[in-house]
Design a protein around this ligand. Structure first.
Ligand code: NAD
Length: 495
């Protein structure tokens, strides 16, 4: 067992103007390990005044440094951060697991994803291409991509390192100044990464800052600030809607990565030996606290009993325990309120359907101090049940059944969300038809949850606005400017 004992609880500060700073209130936020209830860190409880000062310092750095015009500098900065994170990976993984509760193996995967993303966007910083075209004999159009300006990044607690870096890397690669606000439940890992940023001289002082504090006050202040040109928000759909409203004051650019209720559609010719563990993992990874969780499995009626039996076996062999243990397959939920919410949905599932496995808070010596919930599968629910419709953000899988391809497509799309989907079949024609018909930003065929910095990710419908990752993800952080050049014709030259 790998354990870590903190002799002293660390206190994290804001990082602004290239300095570590305290919140003016001197108040602190306590963070607890969801596996044990132990206090793991203090961070600054910043207020609106702190935020507006920090926004000004980012803006000042953006306007006065060469950052926006120096792609090589941006490449060096992002590449150095990738190297520093690689050196510190084990240390960061421990912090992440204690902050969030996820397994140490998952923390390593999350941090490796950060490093890969940083390397990809370090290179991309030197490839922010525009285009030029001849329009008429004496007219040229030059289209250039420029940074938007000051970007506010507001991130959630479920994948706190990667979801911050996934936005921070392209925003910085494009030449913006950035202020990050991490979720109040998981500030430690974000500020730990900023400690590495603070050591990198390629970042101009103040160009990248972090402020901790309550979303409802300081997150909202960022969304409303007319000194912030763009907000990149990852979180709950209802919060995302309010971000759009708050950003209307200065018509700021908004990119939203929101919730999901994603289906895995399993046809009768699917390779179940491959499908079942991947589908199981798609919902039980991060204890179901992941936006792209495969929280619905939509199964052809002829194989339904077999698939449900195998998924039950998969769920019941998972080792649910403190994420610091190398053997852990699933850790606790992030907080008491998340646990209460998941219990509430399971009560609805119990009344309206049939619990196949799980459906309870785990009890006993190993579990009592943490927020552990058993991997759960619920069958027999009506299409309109809240358990089928709403994002639970917990380890709860809803089973649905179909008889025809048309019905499978209807069920897959019968959701306010459209983040991702899986299709399991050995019929290529059907796979392509389904991928075209499904209204989601990502469709995986015979796999799930494969993510790369090169490929775009984002939501249809209420799952988001804009795209993250890939070329589109970089362009999200750019403005487009058309520079038009008209030349005086040479005397006697043919026109
Ligand atoms: P949340 O909306 O409660 O919080 C997200 C962030 O917004 C936090 O930093 C929070 O402090 C801040 N915030 C809260 N209220 C705010 C307000 N009024 N104004 C401005 N900021 C505010 O979401 P969460 O509970 O942290 O995260 C879970 C949600 O995130 C789920 O719905 C999940 O699906 C979604 N998510 C989406 C993606 C994606 O890529 N699409 C990825 C991960 C999580």
């Amino acid at each position: 067992m790998s354990t870590i004992v903190h002799k002293k609880i660390p206190t994290y500060y804001n990082f602004a103007g290239g300095e570590w700073t305290e919140a003016t209130s001197k108040e602190l936020i306590e963070s607890f390990n969801p596996a044990t209830g132990e206090l793991v860190s203090y961070s600054q409880k910043s207020n609106i005044q702190d935020v507006s000062q920090i926004i000004e310092s980012v803006q000042h750095s953006f306007l006065t440094s060469d950052w926006s015009m120096n792609p090589k500098r941006r490449y060096e900065a992002l590449h150095s951060l990738a190297e520093k994170m690689t050196e510190k990976l084990e240390h960061l993984a421990l912090i992440l697991t204690m902050d969030q509760g996820k397994t140490i193996r998952e923390s390593r995967i999350e941090l490796s994803g950060c490093i890969d993303t940083l390397k990809y966007f370090a290179g991309a910083a030197r490839s922010v291409f525009g285009r030029s075209m001849q329009l008429e004999p004496d007219n040229f159009g030059v289209v250039v991509k420029e940074p938007v300006g000051v970007v506010g990044i507001i991130s959630p607690w479920n994948w706190p390192a990667l979801l911050m870096i996934r936005e921070l890397a392209p925003a910085l690669a494009a030449g913006n100044g950035v202020l990050v606000k991490p979720a109040s439940l998981t500030p430690s890992i974000s500020v730990e990464i900023f400690k590495l940023i603070a050591e990198i001289p390629h970042f101009p002082k103040g160009i990248v800052s972090i402020v901790t504090g309550p979303g409802k006050s300081i997150g909202a202040a960022m969304a409303a600030s007319d000194k912030i040109d763009m907000i990149s928000f990852t979180g709950d759909t209802s919060t995302g809607k309010s971000i759009i409203e708050m950003g209307a004051g200065n018509v700021k650019k908004v990119a939203l990565e929101l919730g999901g209720k994603s289906p895995n559609v399993v046809f009768e010719d699917a390779n179940l030996d491959k499908a079942v563990p991947v589908i199981g993992r798609s919902i039980f990874i991060s204890a179901g606290q992941i936006c792209m969780a495969g929280s619905r499995v939509v199964i052809h009626e002829s194989i339904k009993d077999e698939v449900v039996k195998r998924l039950k076996e998969y769920a019941e062999q998972l080792r649910v325990e403190n994420g610091l243990l190398e053997t852990a397959d699933m850790g606790p939920l992030v907080s008491q309120s998340q646990l209460d919410l998941v219990e509430e949905y399971c009560e609805i599932g119990r009344k309206e359907g049939r619990i196949i496995t799980g459906g309870y808070r785990m009890a006993g010596e190993t579990y009592d101090q943490g927020f552990y919930f058993a991997p759960t599968i619920i069958d027999g629910l009506m299409a309109g049940s809240r358990v089928v419709k709403e994002e639970i953000f917990g380890p709860v899988l809803a089973v649905q059944t179909f008889s025809t391809e048309k019905e499978a497509l209807h069920i897959a799309n019968d959701s306010d969300f459209g983040l991702s989907a899986g299709v399991w079949t050995s019929d290529l024609n059907r796979a392509v038809r389904m991928s075209k018909g499904i209204k989601a930003g990502t469709v995986w065929i015979n796999t799930y949850n494969k993510n790369f910095p090169e490929t775009e990710f984002g939501g249809y419908k209420q799952s988001g606005l804009g795209r993250t990752r890939g070329v589109d993800g970089l362009m999200e952080y750019c403005e487009t400017k058309h520079v038009h050049i008209e030349i005086d014709p040479r005397e006697g030259a043919p026109l």
